[in-house]
Design a protein around this ligand. Structure first.
Ligand SMILES: Nc1ncnc2c1ncn2[C@@H]1O[C@H](COP(=O)(O)OP(=O)(O)O)[C@@H](O)[C@H]1O
Ligand SMILES: [Mg+2]
Length: 441
């Protein structure tokens, strides 16, 4: 930031908190933004706030960057040092949460740490999964059993042999949008794939690591079709953890009816809910884009399963999100210039248990329908009002406690700082103020 900008910022702050308003709007601090993504939902939001666009080499205050640019900025070699009036939309090592293999590794470690400390959260119980006895975590069993290949191959085979009837899903760690994913129901198929992958014709595949996860083969179906949830979670700090959930998430439906028969195992229109996959199908409806709002889902579930069950499900979803974040909080570089909006992919099974499938650090801002565009515009608008101080100028010295109004469609999931303040002042009597409300209505 230039000297002049600093002075204007100083004036703008004095203006906001001081008594005398002697600055014209023209003299106010003008935020400069920069973006790698040419998306109207972003640029329209920035321009609405009177911000001006600059290049990434210029003096920017707010950068909506792709993960590669962000990595570049934070790399030791770049020598880039951010000042107090700069913010960026990724944490330097977000991949601890968003890479499929690291997410599982961190959750496994989190559970082990709690177990070692004798924490009741890590309580285990005998369970019967597909007729074989195994122990599972009672409260932290929210990711399907997962192994990294090729590293954990032997452990996978051991698990596989316990339930040779079950189906597994192979996913490349470094890809997204359903690319490279396939299902297997026989070890021989995995062996064949492994041989072919090592083939000289596919040297790039041979180097890639994969996760192999238990396939949730009993998803909740609506109209006979599988769907998953895309929920947006905004994190403004990992230590203390400050996380917010956007109330307007949505369901993404498959276009073809769910069918577990072996002949359909390779039919991705049956098994993968990614819009990027489904939109190529002949049954894709571009008017609704195969989407349903979470509010609609809640109403449907209340009608079919009752309110109590529905509330319990959404409570379990919030629980899952909070613990996935707690699992990575100790390893995240908690840079105060950063915030991040994650796209959570969650599958609900037919016993109404939610499963965390993956977390995206760059959820799609592409709009496939009009409703989608409105929703994503609102999402960005609300993100900006939560991450920016009341005067709208990026400032890392701010305490990151937004007003209720600034939250918009976000609901507080957890603010460890506020929670400890409330504990200290015994304010927990007044539970309505900052506790988990019914955020889905
Ligand atoms: N363990 C699983 N059980 C059932 N379906 C799954 C599972 N993992 C992924 N899927 C399906 O595959 C889709 C893509 O998987 P995901 O992990 O989100 O990878 P990508 O990065 O390609 O989106 C999910 O949206 C979901 O529909
Ligand atoms: Mg996904």
């Amino acid at each position: 930031m230039t000297q002049e900008q600093q002075t204007r910022k100083g004036n703008a702050i004095a203006n906001t908190y001081g008594r005398v308003n002697n600055l014209t709007s023209h003299e106010r601090f003008r935020v400069s933004f920069c973006t790698d993504l040419d998306k109207s939902v972003l640029v329209n939001n920035f321009e609405k706030r009177g911000w001006s666009q600059v290049g990434s080499d210029d003096d920017w205050n707010f950068y909506w960057a792709c993960v590669q640019s962000c990595r570049g900025i934070f790399s030791v070699d770049s020598g880039y040092r951010m000042n107090d009036n700069q913010m960026i939309n990724h944490f330097p090592n977000h991949y601890e949460l968003s890479r499929k293999d690291l997410l599982v590794k961190n959750i496994k470690r989190y559970r082990k740490d709690l177990e070692r400390d004798g924490n009741g959260l890590a309580e285990k119980a005998e369970s019967n999964w597909s007729n074989s006895a195994s122990t599972r975590y009672l409260h932290l069993d929210f990711v399907p059993i997962t192994f990294v290949l090729p590293a954990d191959y032997n452990m996978f085979v051991e698990e596989y042999r316990k339930n040779p009837q079950s189906t597994w899903i192979m996913k490349p760690c470094g890809k997204s949008q359903g690319a490279g994913i396939f299902l297997i129901n026989k070890l021989s198929k995995l062996k064949r794939w492994s041989r072919e992958a090592k083939n000289a014709f596919h040297p790039q595949i041979a180097k890639e690591s994969y996760v192999i996860s238990r396939y949730i083969d009993n998803p909740l179906l609506i109209g006979g079709k599988k769907f998953d949830l895309r929920l947006y979670v905004l994190v403004t700090s990992f230590r203390p953890l400050k996380a917010y959930l956007f109330k307007q998430g949505f369901c993404r439906f498959c276009t073809v009816k769910y069918d577990t028969s072996v002949t359909e195992l390779d039919n991705m229109y049956v098994h993968l809910t990614n819009v990027s996959v489904q939109k190529h199908g002949t049954e894709y409806n571009s008017l609704h884009g195969g989407k349903w709002s979470v509010q609609n889902l809640a109403l449907y579930l209340e009608g079919t399963h009752g309110k109590e069950v529905t509330d319990r499900l959404f409570g379990a979803i919030s629980w899952l999100i909070v613990h996935s974040l707690k699992a990575v909080a100790p390893v995240m570089a908690n840079d105060r210039h950063c915030f991040e909006c994650y796209g959570y992919d969650i599958i609900i099974d037919n016993k109404l248990k939610p499963w965390l499938v993956e977390v995206n650090a760059s959820p799609s801002l592409t709009s496939t329908t009009v409703t989608d565009r409105i929703l994503k515009y609102k999402l960005i608008d609300n993100i900006l009002s939560v991450v920016l101080p009341p005067d709208g100028v990026p400032d890392v010295r701010w305490n990151k406690i937004p007003s209720q109004d600034a939250l918009g469609n976000f609901e507080l999931l957890l603010d460890e700082e506020l929670a400890s303040q409330e504990d200290n002042s015994h304010a927990h009597h007044n539970k309505n103020s900052r506790s988990l409300g019914n955020r889905w209505k």
